[in-house]
Design a protein around this ligand. Structure first.
Ligand code: C5P
Length: 405
């Protein structure tokens, strides 16, 4: 989805080894509809060529303040005004120091002085250089002046050291750009979301679960955070990392998910139950591994019903959050979804037909119809990220309606 359609991003690259990631970063930004104008310092060109950056951005790279040809096409002041966002990645200790001192001794630092657009700085350097008091003070100065500081991450460094100073990965920076441009319609709202499957233990090594990947719930959490909400994500076991700015609570079983949701529901404005909660669990969990025996050709596990989490929240009489459920159906989607909406006392339900190949469980795309007591809205097949924004916009609209007389 073109989440950055028409956004003009001036990507300033300084001379650090992480500069090699800028080609990937540029491609991902452009893929999302952004226009990217690359500006490189002299040192940056030692790490990645202007030709590479020109090829991936589709625009000539600007690298000199004193280039008559470049000044004639788009002068440095024009360039500074053109940008909706100036993203400095990687920002070396030297670039950060020069900006902190207010210098304009090359094109990039001059642009930073000449722009009144927001500036995001993504530091990247050796961990000791990052920890140095001078660097820390310089970064604090930039933050105090209103620049956004994105990163760094900690981990293994190109020089072999381990510690803080790694540039954020390209997709993390893309995500921060999306977050930066997303209208903050959910500012001030708190949203609780469940995601993923649950695991119902049989014995210490076995469990019953389902095919939920957690992608939809994680996409919702990410979108809600990008739209300004404070988000708590209660997650079953999945292979996904928590979206930036989201508080994640990990659980295994339906009962654990239930307990975590109940502990947090009253303190949130909305609850979105996206998890594929197991309806039943083994009545007893064997304390030791169940053994296969020669005489046992069959095995029976007695199951008991799990609590219905979303129905429990929807039945709250005090501080009840706006409650949204999901319905994965294989037929008669509207009938079953509306049935659940009423039976579970939900405010909205997101229904999808999981019998259609390429959507729903484990897929990156989905098509969903939203039902609420007074209406419905069909959302065509789209990425789970794009759908999340539409779902949250509708939810926000319904939450903002005056209570019925
Ligand atoms: O499983 P079912 O189709 O009834 O799920 C509909 C909704 O109920 C989903 O939002 C799901 O997260 C929620 N649910 C729940 N607790 C259960 C079963 C389902 O919260 N035990």
């Amino acid at each position: 989805m073109q989440t950055l359609a028409g956004k003009k991003i001036l990507l300033g690259i300084s001379g650090g080894i992480a500069a090699y990631k800028c080609a990937e970063l540029t491609r991902r930004l452009i893929e999302r509809g952004a226009q990217v104008q690359v500006v490189m310092t002299k040192a940056a060109k030692e790490f990645i060529t202007p030709l590479t950056m020109q090829a991936v951005s589709g625009r000539p790279v600007s690298d000199s303040l004193l280039d008559p040809a470049a000044e004639a096409s788009m002068g440095h002041i024009e360039l500074a005004k053109w940008a909706d966002l100036v993203l400095l990645a990687p920002a070396t200790a030297d670039l950060i120091a020069r900006m902190s001192a207010g210098m304009g001794n090359d094109l990039l630092t001059t642009l930073v002085l000449a722009t009144d657009s927001p500036v995001a700085v993504s530091p990247a350097m050796n961990q000791q250089m990052y920890r140095n008091v001078a660097t820390q003070e310089n970064i604090a100065t930039l933050a105090r002046r209103g620049m956004h500081i994105w990163g760094p991450a900690a981990g293994e460094q190109a020089c072999g050291d381990i510690g803080p100073g790694r540039m954020l990965e390209p997709m993390q920076l893309v995500n921060l750009c999306e977050q930066f441009f997303q209208p903050k319609v959910l500012n001030g709202r708190s949203i609780l979301i469940t995601a993923g499957p649950t695991r119902e233990a049989i014995d210490p090594v076995r469990y019953i679960t389902n095919h939920s990947s957690g992608k939809m719930g994680y996409a919702l959490a990410n979108a809600a955070a990008q739209m300004g909400a404070s988000v708590t994500l209660i997650s079953g076991p999945v292979n996904l990392s928590a979206p930036a700015g989201v508080k994640r609570i990990n659980v295994d079983s339906a009962q654990e998910m239930h307990d975590a949701v109940i502990a947090h529901a009253a303190s949130h404005d909305a609850f979105i139950s996206c998890a594929a909660v197991a309806d039943y669990r083994p009545e007893e969990i064997a304390s030791q591994k169940l053994k296969k025996t020669a005489s046992n050709d069959h095995m029976t596990i007695k199951m008991v019903k799990n609590p219905d989490i979303v129905a429990t929240v929807a039945a709250m009489t005090q501080q009840r959050p706006f409650t949204v459920g999901f319905a994965a159906e294989t037929n008669d989607v509207e009938t079953y979804a509306r049935g659940k909406l009423v039976r579970k006392n939900l405010d909205m339900i997101c229904a999808n037909d999981v019998s259609v190949e390429g959507q729903g469980f484990n897929s990156s795309d989905n098509a969903i119809t939203l039902f609420w007591p007074q209406g419905e809205l069909a959302l065509a097949l789209a990425s789970k990220e794009a759908l999340s924004i539409s779902i949250l916009e509708k939810m926000h609209e319904l939450m903002s309606l005056p209570p019925e007389a």
